[in-house]
Design a protein around this ligand. Structure first.
Ligand code: PLP
Length: 459
């Protein structure tokens, strides 16, 4: 459940600017921004800029809405939080507390999941080291095997007495040329090798993950996997589940506002003079729960996906990353100064870098407007400004937003720009200590006895 930020807080705009992309906000986070801005200023003063704050309370609601859509179709299911979406230990803990498993792609993520008390762990990712494979096997985690080579390595390290639980990762036909997963013939060979490994390898089913955010491609992929489920059964390897990975959408801004933005945007709205070729669907028409409902009702093998899964006695596993941490973080940047660049526009320099809000490094843009939180002592008479937002490094590409945002009142030193909903692959994903700037702090907002929040350091 999200709300739109009340108008006075949104980065207000003077013409001509790009149409607004007002962030949708979790109601409790919105209340903190609206009612206690001095608290956020004080946190930045104390912990530095940029500052990432994670809000684990949002996770349980995200999980509950997904579960509700799955239960409505009476589909047996398992959810694994795709822990790659965010480095926060508190968010893994929140996912575990909400009763979901954890999808890990490295030994470090695995250790974090274990530390958080995860009862169920599924390991994905194509480059598992021998050490990682060994840890997974010994812990009884589910291993999504990416290749025949990885399967052979796993079987070899098991020796005569080891045990491993495996899924075979299928590469759907729609995936095209990708290094992830195996084509159908390799999966069939994998099944034969699993059968030969005997009791050491417990085959549990199939795994896949597709890029993109539509559910129709997943429904088609499930129908392709159905043939493999039958082939496995013919080899005496009954599948228990199909894991379809992640890719459930997140709605950052209202769909109508987003559609309007896409229709209206032009090169003049970007400091580069170019509209990026590709964006995440920030104003998704579907929520994650809608997406699940759409998938389960999509056609599959003469029935629906839900009907197929029920009749085949299969569990549906999902690995939502971004959508499970929807609304679970905000990122605050302190303004250093603004600088006109001679063409009627300006740069707002912030303390922090685009490594902390990283879409521009992927030749794209985070299409969500920052919220301007004025400093208490700012001059009241600042003129309107059209500006892009740049980080504090000497890299020309260090631009948080190429979009020329239109501010009614030019940002000033000590103002804060808040980026909402940064938990999914934004925040400190690419962060490093370039120029020897310290790593940004990550705080956890936890409930306090008076109904407000207390902020403590995350791992
Ligand atoms: C195997 C696998 N599972 C889950 C995810 C999570 O995807 P998302 O964050 O889009 O839900 C990814 C993302 O790359 C992935 O590769």
């Amino acid at each position: 459940m999200s709300v739109t930020l009340s108008a006075p807080l949104a980065a207000r705009r003077a013409r001509p600017g790009p149409p607004p992309l007002t962030p949708l906000l979790d109601p409790l986070i919105e209340r903190v921004i609206r009612d206690t801005p001095e608290c956020l200023h004080a946190l930045v003063a104390r912990h530095g800029s940029p500052l990432n704050i994670v809000w684990p309370h949002t996770v349980a609601g995200n999980v509950a809405r997904m579960r509700c859509a799955l239960s409505a179709e009476r589909v047996d299911h398992a959810i694994f939080y795709g822990a790659k979406a965010n480095k926060s230990q508190a968010l893994i803990r929140a996912a575990v507390a909400a009763g979901v498993g954890v999808d890990v792609s490295s030994a470090a993520e695995f250790e974090d999941a274990v530390r958080a008390g995860a009862a169920r762990i599924c390991a994905t990712g194509p480059a598992k080291t021998m050490l990682f494979l060994r840890q997974l096997a010994e812990a009884g985690a589910l291993v999504a095997v990416d290749s025949l080579e990885e399967l052979d390595d796993l079987v070899a390290l098991l020796g005569p007495t080891g045990r491993a639980r495996v899924l075979l990762r299928y590469r759907p036909r729609s995936a095209g040329r990708t290094r992830f997963g195996m084509a159908a013939d390799a999966v069939l060979e994998g099944l034969r090798r699993v059968a030969r490994a005997g009791a050491r390898v417990a085959f549990e089913g199939f795994h896949l993950h597709l890029s993109g955010y539509d559910y129709a491609s997943r429904a088609v992929a499930i129908a392709e996997v159905a043939a493999l489920v039958e082939a496995a059964a013919g080899l005496g390897l009954p599948a228990r589940l199909i894991d379809i990975g992640g890719g459930l959408p997140v709605r950052y801004v209202a769909p109508e506002a987003y559609a309007h933005y896409l229709a209206e945007q032009g090169p003049e709205h970007y400091g580069t003079g170019r509209v990026p070729g590709d964006f995440y669907p920030y104003g998704s028409a579907l929520t994650a729960a809608d997406w699940i409902a759409g998938l389960l009702q999509a056609p599959c093998r003469g029935t629906t996906v839900a009907g197929y899964l029920r009749s085949a006695g299969l569990q549906l596993a999902l690995e939502p990353g971004r959508s499970l941490v929807d609304q679970a973080a905000i990122s605050l940047f302190r303004v250093i100064r603004t600088k006109p660049i001679g063409d009627g526009t300006a740069i707002v320099f912030v303390e922090g870098s685009s490594f902390s809000a990283c879409e521009t490094w992927f030749a794209s843009e985070f299409l969500v407007d920052p919220i301007l939180l004025p400093a208490a002592a700012r001059r009241p008479d600042a003129a309107p400004l059209r500006a892009s937002i740049a980080g504090h490094s000497c890299l020309d590409g260090d631009v948080v937003s190429h979009r020329l945002l239109a501010f009614d009142s030019a940002p000033q030193a000590e103002d804060l720009l808040i980026y909402a909903n940064t938990a999914g692959y934004q925040m400190d994903l690419l962060e490093n200590e370039f120029h020897r700037h310290p790593m940004p702090a990550r705080l956890v907002a936890g409930p306090s006895p008076d109904g407000a929040f207390i902020f403590v350091r995350d791992k």
